[in-house]
Design a protein around this ligand. Structure first.
Ligand code: SF4
Ligand code: SF4
Length: 351
């Protein structure tokens, strides 16, 4: 039995993402974390964030629950001054650690620590090979230069880096150049056309999604799937649904998400607060929370929004996006429909 099957069957939280902060030093136009402007964009003060002691306790509970892959993200995770202490403790507990960052705040100290602590991978957001276009998206002049310099330094130290490039109207002409830059830097590369709404319910970001005809075009481009490196974009298509077609997806079965304030959700894309780690330990929430148990018993046959859909075979429906964007976990997902139609039409046209 492979590890995914084993963890699905036994309900082991194989992969957990912890967002350590909502704060960020950039102002990316499409960011899903609250507002862009000033204080609100920065979010709750650090006093509300889990502190190092709380995080270390949670890491121990996750290790006990069988978690193997730990992703640390934000906001901008490098704004946590204790990030290296957190990673060090996670590594003593034998987690494979991934870090998601915008790459601008990495100094020699952090890059050396990443190397010594053998991170599994560092994912860095990069929107263009052109500094002006990238900085136009991040809202901070000079950010491209810092990010690219730090990717280069990490690669020189042998750290595995994956560039993540959301593809929007603003950078649709850049993605092939980002691929070439990633190749030059010796980094992996993954593109994602699915821009998500903000976590305060604002849907303005959806306007940045590329036009349907552009989507159809990029879906026919092997470079979009990582070219020779053959990497799949990290979009709403979660492979687990291809393996277990009776469950909605892996959310709450073998993955989950922990917010900067200690809320546990079934997935980063599925903001159903199933309990807070300041009130309960992880084991209790994972095995007893009514919300977690409810998600876990849902089956594909319960999805009522997709009856007689012509695009079903091209669809990688994400219940989280259906819930966020369309208000119904078991209904149709506009994002999935948009992607499935582009895939289906491409095939029907003979692409
Ligand atoms: S909620 Fe969406 S992103 Fe999360 S595991 Fe399910 S399909 Fe994937
Ligand atoms: S989400 Fe949309 S494309 Fe997917 S099966 Fe439902 S109606 Fe069809």
């Amino acid at each position: 039995m492979d590890i995914l099957a084993h963890t699905m069957e036994k309900k082991i939280p194989f992969a957990v993402q912890i967002n350590l902060t909502r704060r960020c030093n950039l102002r990316c136009i499409h960011c899903c974390v609250e507002k862009r402007d000033g204080e609100r964009r920065i979010g709750k003060t650090p006093d509300h964030e889990l502190n190092l002691e709380e995080i270390n306790r949670i890491l121990e509970q996750l290790a006990e629950a069988g978690c193997l892959v730990l992703t640390l993200s934000g906001g901008e995770v490098l704004l946590r001054e204790d990030l290296i202490d957190i990673i060090r403790y996670a590594r003593t507990l034998d987690f494979a650690v991934k870090v998601f960052t915008n790459g601008t705040l990495l100094g020699t100290k952090e890059i050396d620590a990443f190397q010594k602590l053998h991170l599994q991978e560092v994912h860095v957001s990069l929107y263009a090979a052109n500094a002006k276009i990238h900085d136009g998206i991040t809202g901070v002049p000079g950010s491209w230069e810092k990010t690219v310099k730090n990717i280069r330094q990490m690669r020189e130290k042998g750290i595995s880096v994956k560039i993540k490039c959301p593809v929007m109207r603003q950078n649709i002409k850049e993605y092939r150049k980002v691929y070439d830059l990633a190749t030059d830097l010796g980094a992996g590369c993954a593109f994602d056309p699915v821009i998500t709404m903000r976590d305060d319910g604002n849907k303005d970001t959806l306007n940045y999604r590329i036009a349907q005809e552009d989507l159809q075009m990029v879906l026919q481009d092997p470079v979009f799937y990582g070219g020779e490196k053959g990497e799949r974009p990290e979009n709403i298509s979660c492979l687990i649904t291809e393996i277990y077609d009776d469950v909605l997806c892996s959310a709450g079965h073998n993955i989950c998400y922990i917010s900067p304030e200690g809320e546990v959700n079934p997935c980063v894309q599925l903001p159903i607060n199933s309990g807070n780690l300041r009130d309960h330990d992880f084991n209790w929430i994972w095995h007893n929370s009514p919300d977690m148990l409810n998600i876990r018993q849902m089956r594909m046959k319960n999805v009522h929004g997709c009856k007689n859909c012509d695009y079903l075979s091209w669809c990688a429906r994400c219940p989280g996006l259906a819930y966020l964007e369309d208000g119904d976990l078991l209904g149709h997902s506009s994002a999935a429909c948009w992607l499935a139609k582009a895939k289906g039409n491409k095939t029907l046209i003979g692409g």
